[in-house]
Design a protein around this ligand. Structure first.
Ligand code: GDP
Ligand code: MG
Length: 296
């Protein structure tokens, strides 16, 4: 495919077919305990009209250090249903020695590639279930300094296997100026360590509106986020946010944080691109390396 197809922009026919087949997206969240992963997941699901059924999938077989847990829920976006599965990784970075924290997470991602590969190799390939991780939100502590060795190690080990999306956790604890400087430091560290993070592409032939939209997302990377499902009344309107003596920091206000842009990129404008990149680049690379190394 040339360019992306945002799922709310699909022509009607494709649209209908896709609803039948079902839109789905698998999102992983990684970061130290207490950085707001669970809260962000709730914040993502909460924007839905469809929170009814949340099922816990069986845990993937991985070393005991880090748990891998998947929860799925149907959400609705512009009248289209989407099955969003979030793969949480409690325990990451919580140990005295975190040198190997990335290992179980890499193992979980690769085991999902293996499962896909195994299904592709079957004679009957009609009902392939795609459990591959389409994007990984990596939570960076809001220190305002620079990346920790743990952050760099994780990203370095994972960037060839998953679309990495770094986010600044709890950005309401930093001032706008601190966020601006912190973002630049993070980007510098990422570049200095030759880490590849996911960046939406601008394609030849994109219309002006699309290019503008993509640029606005690019400007926000790494996304400074605030998570909350708590509602407050601000100027007579109910908003989700976090309350401070001087006012409410609003989750869904683009002047307050980057949550809206992140959500928009993930489940509206760039979902297909993230899935395509997972399939055509990351998975393909894994598959090739596996064949070359004689495994599988
Ligand atoms: P997890 O361990 O990464 O899943 O973190 P949790 O979602 O359980 O959040 C840990 C604590 O941080 C809770 O008390 C949350 O209310 C709080 N928290 C979560 N998100 C934010 C945020 O964006 N800003 C602030 N200030 N606190 C947050
Ligand atoms: Mg949690």
């Amino acid at each position: 495919l040339n360019g992306y197809v945002g799922f709310s922009n699909l022509p009607n026919q494709v649209h209908r077919k896709s609803i039948k087949k079902g839109f789905f997206f698998n999102l992983m969240v990684v970061g130290e305990s207490g950085l707001g992963k669970s809260t962000l997941v709730n914040t993502l699901f909460n924007t839905s009209i469809y929170p009814a059924k949340v099922e816990v999938e069986p845990t993937v077989d991985t070393p005991k250090t880090v748990d891998i847990q998947a929860i799925s829920a149907d959400i609705e976006e512009s009248g289209v249903k989407l099955k969003l599965t979030v793969i949480d990784t409690p325990g990451f970075g919580d140990f005295v020695n975190n040198e190997d924290s990335w290992r179980p997470i890499l193992a979980a991602i690769e085991s999902r590639f293996d499962s896909y590969l195994e299904q592709e190799n079957r004679v009957n390939r009609k009902r392939i279930v795609d459990n591959r991780v389409h994007a990984c939100l990596y939570f960076i502590a809001p220190t305002g300094h620079s990346l920790k060795p743990l952050d760099i190690e994780f990203m370095r080990r994972l960037h060839q296997r998953v679309n990495l999306i770094p986010v600044i956790a709890k950005s309401d604890t930093l001032t706008d100026e601190e966020i601006k400087l912190f973002k630049q430091r993070i980007l510098d560290d990422i570049a200095a360590n030759k880490i590849e993070i996911y960046k939406p592409q601008i394609y030849e032939g994109d219309d002006a509106e699309t290019i503008d939209e993509t640029k606005k997302i690019l400007e926000r990377i790494p996304f400074a986020i605030v998570g909350s499902t708590q509602e407050y009344e601000v100027n007579g309107k109910k908003v989700r946010g976090r309350k401070y003596p001087w006012g409410v920091i609003e989750v869904d206000n683009e002047d307050h944080c980057d949550f809206v842009k992140l959500r928009q990129m993930l489940i509206r404008t760039h979902m297909e691109e993230l899935k395509e990149h997972t399939n055509q680049v990351l998975y393909e690379q894994y598959r090739t390396q596996k064949i070359l190394s004689g495994g599988g």
